[in-house]
Design a protein around this ligand. Sequence first.
Ligand SMILES: [Zn+2]
Length: 320
Amino acid sequence: MEGHRAYRGLRVPDDAPFELKPSPGRGWGVFATRRIGPGATILKEEPLFVIRKPTPLIREQDIKQAVLQLPAGKRQQFLLLRDNASGTFASMQDAFAENSFDLASPDESGRVTRLPAQGLLLLLSRFNYSCVPNAKIPSFTGDALVAAIVAIRDIAAGEEITFCYSFDMQFRTRRERHEALRFVCECRGCLPGNLFRELSDARRRLYRGLTYLVNGRDALARGRQGPVSSIITDPQFVYHILIDFLREEEGLLDDLDEPRPRGLSRAVYLLAGAFQTVDNVAIAAQAMAQDTWWKRLDLVLKLYGRADAADGTVAEAMRM
Ligand SMILES: [Zn+2]
């Protein structure tokens, strides 16, 4: 199905640098009609209506009431909303959830608060998601209860304009992002067959780990639950790998010094040493067989922290 026609009726501001049209595989999307520079506001939009409640407390009745109070033309626009497969929503609540955003609202003295205010935004909701977006939705636009989307890099005419739903997506690997999303993203960080994607997981694992070291808090840890990835609880391991990486790149890693088991290259030996268990020589060898350091790092970060037979011995040794 080519996508429903409802959004043809949506009013786009005359000076808008974009158009709405079907986006292959994901309903409708928003495409630049001219070059948009970084920092440029692409759209400022006032909500069709606002529900002043925290999201989990919003009920079907709240939406119905708000929709009934709308002038007929605006009510019609709400009723024309469709899901990504161009189907009608099962409930008004579903339609609202898929087309609303958290809005900043000021208190009596004009200070911005985070009082709950969910606004239904017809145009802003047409922008699709990307893990590697070219635009973002700022948390405050300067105007109360007005949302906006701003370019974060140069966007070429014809390019689809995308944003990332939540900041913590930055710290997730491709698999972790897809567990959180309810669809398959096809951005360059997700589509197979390109170098960007191959190295993306390693970059994001390292980014999450280093952010943990800087902030003392795991970006993805919830509530009382501790850090979930062992890579971020063991900075020594990351340092080890980076040191060897730097030495090899700088030509300082020779294959001569230090006695080591026969048949092991110096690099494999050092990497296995970082794991601290003999069993991990196999992992180190597998990693070092990769042709770039990023790929080695990616493999090591994937495997590090998995339980293996040597773990008990190491834990025992560390207690002594
Ligand atoms: Zn993606």
